[in-house]
Design a protein around this ligand. Structure first.
Ligand code: ADP
Length: 472
């Protein structure tokens, strides 16, 4: 089977969050299963782009509304990622440094999708399945079915994978002329509450829809940023497939980012060595339990609660602990997190930035990873933490509830709480500190965590089964 993934992100070419990790690893594992999986994404101006060699495989042009655009499809020459990676270059539109956050993101991603469709109609062979990821590729199923120019693509199976339903790519109807000429009787396939909604359109038009955990799929029926009724209505074609992690990137035994490699054979010593280096670097006492938070500083991750919760935990806990935060996002939260240094100097450190290497070092050196998320479609951080023997402290939501079992339950290996509020976060931190100081089970639990198999192997096959369940 040949599968083409269409995505805004793909690690290591461009990464903002978990979408990149998934699109950078799932195709590799699908190839290992004997299929041919490829990725096409926008040509962001990243260090990976500059560090690698590319060949031009297609050039074309189209008119979006009344804007004439030329595009080029380039392919990474050496198959560095274990799958063919194609990038779409549209001068001035896609070749920017940041992945998202521009006022014209709606138009940029529409232009990206039209370029992909234009390329596909000219391509001399067809993939069996197009797997589109999130709203950035959400208009492709509609265009393949209802844009006249792409009629001969209409028998390609389409699957929408939802990594995050908060962002839907809303566009005013004034922009409907940007979509290549389409059957106006089908306007209802684009509309949701008076706007063009690319995510809603993909839910309607794709053959199958999946989220990145089963728990998140269930939650979308009740909370989907306005699309609840749509998910309820379309539930017959919706399912959840838990993300895996890329064992070739996230492996404490071989990880070149971490300071000292380790495995289950020397987990306690290995972690201690990494913790020491991390604590030395940030001036923290290595004897104390070390908590970390890594992530986008946005409301979904409950990052707004972190400053107050961390301060309250420092004040209320009778036993001392350390906390390191790595993240960026909301400037108000960034500022408040930086202020904590003043009061808790020597126990707290924050790095307000995106830093892939440091994130690996933190997963390797920490004792506990805090994830108080309000919404968590799957969550990869807790899976990386488990692999590196760091205990997840998580709110029971979405994929976190699917992947972490509380130490109070049978076979448990994490700390779980119910509410994204200060009180629950503080008491969970205290519970973790108590475990660290007064129990001799941490070392055994660490081995248990590290041995849990969260690799892509199983889920990659479930995707293939999903594609196979579509008949055309
Ligand atoms: P989301 O996709 O919602 O951001 P996930 O848990 O699915 O959340 O994936 C987050 C990914 O992004 C993980 O690989 C995590 O390590 C990484 N990440 C997030 N913020 C940072 C940061 N500031 N520096 C380095 N890595 C980060």
């Amino acid at each position: 089977m040949e599968i083409l993934h269409v995505s805004a992100e793909c690690y290591p070419m461009a990464k903002v969050g978990g979408l990149a990790d998934v699109v950078g690893s799932l195709p590799k594992y699908q190839n290992k299963l004997g299929h041919i999986a490829k990725v096409v994404m926008p040509m962001h101006r990243t260090s990976f782009l500059h560090a690698n060699e590319w060949e031009v495989v297609h050039k074309g042009a189209f008119i979006m509304g009344n804007i004439p655009l030329n595009f080029t499809i380039i392919k990474e020459k050496r198959n560095q990622l274990g799958f063919d990676l194609y990038c779409v270059d549209i001068y001035g539109w896609l070749d920017r440094e940041k992945v998202y956050g521009y006022d014209d993101d709606g138009e940029r991603y529409l232009a990206f999708q039209i370029a992909v469709a234009e390329w596909m109609v000219k391509w001399n062979h067809r993939p069996d399945v197009i797997n589109v990821h999130d709203y950035h590729a959400g208009l492709i199923p509609f265009m393949f079915r209802h844009s006249y120019a792409y009629k001969n693509l209409s028998n390609i199976r389409t699957v929408l994978t939802i990594h995050n339903a908060q962002y839907q790519g809303w566009m005013d109807w004034e922009k409907s002329g940007y979509i290549p000429d389409w059957d106006v009787w089908k306007w209802g396939m684009l509309d949701w509450n008076g706007q063009i909604n690319p995510l809603a359109s993909a839910v309607r038009c794709a053959d199958k829809v999946n989220t990145v955990s089963e728990g998140y799929m269930k939650e979308l029926m009740n909370a989907a940023n306005g699309l609840e009724k749509l998910f309820e209505y379309e539930k017959g074609k919706c399912s959840g497939i838990l993300n895996g992690i890329d064992y070739s990137v996230w492996d404490p035994e071989k990880d070149s980012f971490i300071l000292d490699n380790f495995s289950t054979k020397d987990a306690d010593h290995g972690k201690a060595r990494n913790k020491k280096k991390l604590c030395d670097e940030f001036g923290l006492d290595v004897q104390l339990p070390l908590f970390i938070f890594i992530g986008r500083l946005v409301a979904e991750k409950a990052a707004d609660l972190l400053p107050e919760a961390i301060n309250a935990a420092f004040e209320q806990s009778e036993e001392k602990f350390n906390f390191i935060v790595l993240g960026n996002g909301d400037p108000v939260v960034e500022h408040s997190l930086e202020q904590i240094h003043k009061t808790w100097f020597g126990y707290y450190h924050s790095q307000i930035q995106y830093n892939e290497k440091l994130s690996h070092q933190m997963y390797a050196g920490a004792d506990f990873l805090l994830m108080p998320s309000r919404v968590e479609p799957c969550g990869l951080n807790q899976l990386y933490a488990l692999r590196y023997g760091t205990m997840p402290v998580v709110r029971r939501t979405g994929g976190l509830a699917d992947t972490v079992i509380d130490i109070g339950d049978d076979n448990g290996y994490g700390i779980c709480f119910n509410n994204a509020n200060i009180q629950d976060i503080v008491s969970s931190i205290k519970r973790a500190v108590y475990l660290y100081n007064h129990s001799n089970t941490l070392s055994k639990l660490r081995l248990h965590m590290m041995k849990i198999n969260n690799s892509w192997e199983k889920s990659a096959q479930v995707y293939i089964d999903l594609y196979n369940s579509i008949y055309k």
